[in-house]
Design a protein around this ligand. Structure first.
Ligand SMILES: [Fe+2]
Length: 286
């Protein structure tokens, strides 16, 4: 197995391309190597895998219990096509959430448990656009000046999909799907200590808003400033998908976003999401 860093500078070791391994037939010994590399690089890219659904699910289950995003399924399509192959309606909640995910975010931060990991497998991709980008929130935290670190040390933000979607002009009705239910909005510290590596990381993204103790505009300005600062080189890289590629990333220390593309073209990904640990991804009880 070969692990080639993607972004390696004096301040950042972020993302790696892993070759010489078949994810459809992964041994425990190979997983140990992958897991160690994952904690170091936070995002691992495997090209040409064409991973089967069962192997994809099993890979997620090596990390932890999966999020049940759809009843009776351990994987879900992230797709702009319906089951019958027709395009998703541009006025639907589904379409608008796909568009919303072109903003930097961490999966499931608006849910009671934010996600531990996400694993995406490309099946059908447009010829242009539709890349995914990741940003290293460990390196972003490390690069903050001391006054900012002190300012945010004790701060937390609420995370809501209603908030983030309203920012892109989408005001969905409350319902049971996509996390759009009436549950309490979780409050999460702006600095997250990674439960395994103990490295601090900025924990922000498009769902974050309403920092207690700040006015609405102060909160918005601070979160925007942190996001702009965090999501820039050398802390960012993108992947242009080819069918068969698999990427697994650590939601506890990485932001990601989809890049725009022509929605007339199909883009179909299979997604497995690993649930957060209630001890470390449950947010603050108030
Ligand atoms: Fe996402």
């Amino acid at each position: 197995m070969r692990i080639e860093p993607i972004q390696k500078t004096d301040t950042t070791v972020f993302g790696a391309i892993v070759t010489g391994v078949d994810l459809n037939h992964l041994s425990d010994e190979e997983w140990e190597v992958i897991e160690a590399a994952w904690y170091e690089h936070a995002v691992l890219v495997f090209t040409g895998q064409h991973i089967e659904e069962a192997a994809h699910v099993a890979l997620g289950e090596r990390i932890g219990e999966l999020e049940q995003l759809v009843a009776d399924r351990k994987s879900v399509p992230i797709s702009n096509r319906k089951v019958d192959g027709s395009a998703v309606d541009a006025e639907s909640d589904h379409f608008k959430i796909l568009k919303g995910n072109e903003g930097w975010h961490t999966d499931s931060t608006y849910m009671p448990l934010s996600a531990r990991a996400s694993i995406l497998a490309a099946q059908v991709v447009p010829e242009e656009g539709g890349q995914t980008e990741w940003a290293d929130m460990r390196a972003a935290y490390d690069a903050l000046d001391n006054p900012t670190r002190e300012q945010i040390a004790a701060l937390a933000a609420y995370h809501s999909l209603f908030y983030s979607q309203s920012k892109v002009g989408h005001n969905p009705a409350k319902g049971a799907s996509y996390g759009l239910n009436d549950q309490d909005v979780p409050l999460r510290p702006l600095v997250k200590l990674h439960p395994v590596t103990q490295r601090p990381a900025l924990f922000i993204g498009r769902h974050a808003y309403g920092i207690p103790g700040l006015s609405e505009s102060e909160s918005e300005a601070l979160l925007e400033r942190l996001m702009v600062f965090a999501c820039q080189p050398p802390r960012v890289f993108g992947h242009t998908w080819t069918p068969g590629d698999v990427v697994m990333w650590d939601n506890r220390c990485v932001l990601h976003r989809a890049r725009p593309y022509n929605y007339d073209k199909p883009r179909i990904m299979r997604h497995v999401r690993v649930a957060g640990d209630p001890r470390t991804e449950a947010g603050i009880r108030v």
